[in-house]
Write a protein that binds this ligand. Structure first.
Ligand SMILES: Nc1ncnc2c1ncn2[C@@H]1O[C@H](COP(=O)(O)OP(=O)(O)OP(=O)(O)O)[C@@H](O)[C@H]1O
Length: 328
């Protein structure tokens, strides 16, 4: 097998056999991309662990259960029939007239198992039956609601903060890193920072577009798919992309855009990237054209004002304006 990887350099040279050095194939890119790494804090771990281990509500009414594991996860270890004492018996044993088909039974006697036992807080149904009498005291509910463990506020690591600052300063950023290094967390933190920067949701949506390559990913990052943003079909052809740059709605949308956040940008095809670039270029050109038009408009206004002043006979004012005009 090793021979397959030895470089073939021609016929073997006579003389002492020296093993040529093996060539190393480097898979790492020439330019090492900036990586974002993070350290999951202890507080975060303990919070999530506490949430996972939090016993379910009904375990309070089953404190006499000897098995501690069963107390934590009753549904995992105990069959559903054993959860309620009255449910131990099969349905046929619950009612003397069990042989009768269910449809023919008295409704009160033929209630399904979940309805028979109002106290059966089955997790599947999650039913809270109407209280038919005075409710038994429940120590867990009588006091104040126990505080739910919450995930601690996200504190970006220095690397993550550097990435966020770069975008806030208006620089282009390509964020990459291994799985679980905190890219998505940085993405969300950056989104929050931009919402804070623009003050309102409307302004944020006008200035920032958050897109992803798939519908699910776009939902997770609180954005839309890039195809939806650019009004493209799923499998956009080159012609579609060209048409997109002439779509006034799309250009109007890109016109005000200051930041484009793309999740999983590596999934973007070269054509799509090119189309996006073309759309943004057209939008920028349109902006420059309108700006120039606005300046022209100002000049026109200035001229008409000057003409109006002259016709009004205020020669002094007109001369002053002439001087100003000459300065311009
Ligand atoms: N600064 C931080 N402090 C505490 N926890 C963090 C921090 N950054 C990331 N995490 C946590 O690390 C875990 C992985 O982060 P994240 O999902 O953002 O990684 P990722 O690089 O996007 O991973 P993947 O490439 O698999 O999507 C998450 O549980 C996240 O909450």
């Amino acid at each position: 097998m090793l021979a397959r990887f030895l470089p073939v350099v021609g016929p073997a040279a006579p003389g002492p056999r020296t093993r040529p050095p093996l060539r190393r194939v480097a898979f790492a890119p020439a330019v090492q991309p900036r990586r974002v790494s993070c350290h999951i804090s202890r507080a975060y771990e303990s919070a999530s662990t506490a949430q996972a281990a939090r016993p379910k509500r009904r375990s309070s009414s089953r404190q006499s259960t000897p098995d501690p594991e069963a107390e934590l996860e009753p549904s995992a270890n105990i069959p559903e029939a054993e959860l309620e004492p009255s449910a131990n018996a099969p349905e046929a044993e619950l009612e003397p007239s069990a042989n009768t088909p269910e449809t023919e039974l008295d409704p009160s006697a033929n209630t399904p198992a979940a309805e028979l036992e109002p106290s059966a807080n089955t997790p599947e149904a999650g039913l809270e039956p109407p209280a038919e009498g005075p409710a038994p005291p429940e120590p867990a509910r009588s006091g104040p609601e126990p505080a739910q463990p919450q995930a601690p506020a996200f504190t970006p690591s220095p690397e993550q903060q550097r990435a966020i600052n770069a975008v806030l300063e208006g620089r282009n950023l390509f964020l990459t890193g291994c799985a679980g290094t905190g890219k998505s967390a940085t993405f969300s933190a950056l989104r929050k920072e931009l919402v804070r920067k623009y003050g309102s949701k409307e302004e944020f949506e006008r200035r920032v577009a958050v897109v992803a390559m798939t519908g699910l990913a776009s939902t997770l990052v609180g954005g839309v798919t890039i195809h939806s943003l650019l009004k493209l079909k799923c499998l956009a052809t080159f012609e579609d992309l060209t048409n997109m740059t002439q779509n006034r709605d799309v250009i109007a949308l890109l016109y005000d855009l200051e930041t484009l956040m793309v999740d999983e940008a590596g999934m973007m095809s070269a054509e799509l990237l090119q189309g996006l670039d073309a759309g943004l270029t057209v939008a920028r050109m349109e902006k420059a054209r309108r700006h120039a038009q606005a300046n022209e408009f100002n000049e026109c206004q200035w001229k008409s004002l000057r003409t109006a002043a002259q016709s009004a006979g205020s020669a002094g004012e007109a001369e002053a304006e002439d001087e100003l005009w000459a300065e311009k």
